[in-house]
Design a protein around this ligand. Structure first.
Ligand code: ATP
Length: 301
């Protein structure tokens, strides 16, 4: 049984349809990413899962419970990351852990949790004095303190430096290895590609695509990219005949084409036919970044 089920979720603010028929299911033990441009409806969707917003229509279940009518049951199985403003600056790490543990019928023992998250040396430090990375680790600890089946992490690594971001990724992988299902909202493609088993790309309140990171790249129009500097200019009319060509760009003398393997083979044949040499020829797979831009073409963000 999926741990999270969202079926035809809808939420309107005034005349604005923020979420317009979103459906997905998250299986136990998955890291499931929610990705999309600003204002796409990601936070609204996950806050409906958390029971913080009431959907206008549709069905949401977390471990079989309705987050609105069975909020108490959902709170016992779902851990949510707090927003920074929700913790008192003067609270120490130990006090925060003890306070949040007291909210649960069967909390996890916070000492090994603090140890695992590298917070043992900071137990007497006040929240306001923690670094950005330490605050994020505390938020993860607080999200896990109820020993949840599912954690929802929204923009967890925003504002962190690359080192702290990578450390946080390792923590999330650890959390999943401990059997917890993770619903992750992120703007960072590298983060989604590295961590997520599957990703729902949300655009204008709808699911634009739902697949594994590799699957999303594969289904975007320009999954393979070939770039080179030709020894003589290529005729645009020749380029226009290339099969499965998704995009062409020129930068000085350098040419970059995206398409499929078929496009690459045709380019090589074309070059040979025109007796043109390709200098610094590179063939690469598109990244999730490229796929994201392709899948959310026309988004305002
Ligand atoms: N409480 C609210 N009242 C009115 N409009 C809202 C409210 N919350 C969100 N919206 C609007 O609904 C749309 C979706 O917002 P949401 O926060 O879900 O998007 P998001 O994908 O999480 O965006 P971001 O990446 O910028 O955080 C936006 O246009 C936003 O302005």
């Amino acid at each position: 049984m999926p741990v999270i089920e969202v079926t035809d979720l809808r939420k309107t603010y005034g005349a604005h349809r923020a979420v317009d028929g979103v459906s997905f299911a998250v299986e136990e033990g998955e890291i499931f990413g929610v990705l999309g441009p600003n204002g796409a409806g990601k936070t609204t969707t996950v806050e409906c899962v958390e029971g913080l917003r009431v959907p206008d229509a549709g069905r949401v279940r977390v471990a079989g419970f309705d987050p609105v009518t069975e909020h108490a049951q959902v709170a016992q199985v779902l851990g949510a990351q707090l927003q920074q403003s929700e913790l008192q600056p003067k609270l120490t790490v130990r006090e925060a852990l003890e306070l949040y543990a007291s909210f649960y019928a069967r909390p996890a023992d916070w000492r090994p949790l603090a140890e695992r998250l590298g917070l043992t040396g900071k137990l007497n430090t006040r929240f306001a004095k923690l670094s950005g990375g330490q605050k994020q680790r505390l938020f993860i600890a607080l999200a896990l303190i109820g020993d949840p089946k599912v954690v929802v992490l929204d923009e967890l690594t925003t504002g962190l430096d690359p080192r702290a971001r990578r450390d946080t990724w390792e923590l999330i992988e650890d959390v999943r290895a401990g059997g917890v299902t993770v619903l992750l909202v992120t703007h960072f493609m590298e983060e989604a590609q590295r961590l997520c088993d599957r990703i729902a790309v949300i655009d204008k309140g709808r699911i634009a695509a739902l697949d594994t990171p590799a699957g999303l790249i594969h289904r975007s129009a320009g999954a393979t990219i070939i770039s080179f500097t030709p020894s003589a200019p290529l005729d645009d009319r020749d380029l226009a005949t290339l099969p499965a060509l998704a995009a062409v760009s020129h930068k000085d003398a350098r040419l970059t084409l995206s398409g499929t393997d078929e496009t690459v083979n045709a380019v090589i044949t074309l070059l040979a036919r025109r007796h043109i040499t390709a200098h610094q020829l590179r063939v690469t797979d598109a990244t999730l970044d490229d796929a994201f831009l392709d899948l959310t073409k026309g988004a305002t963000a």
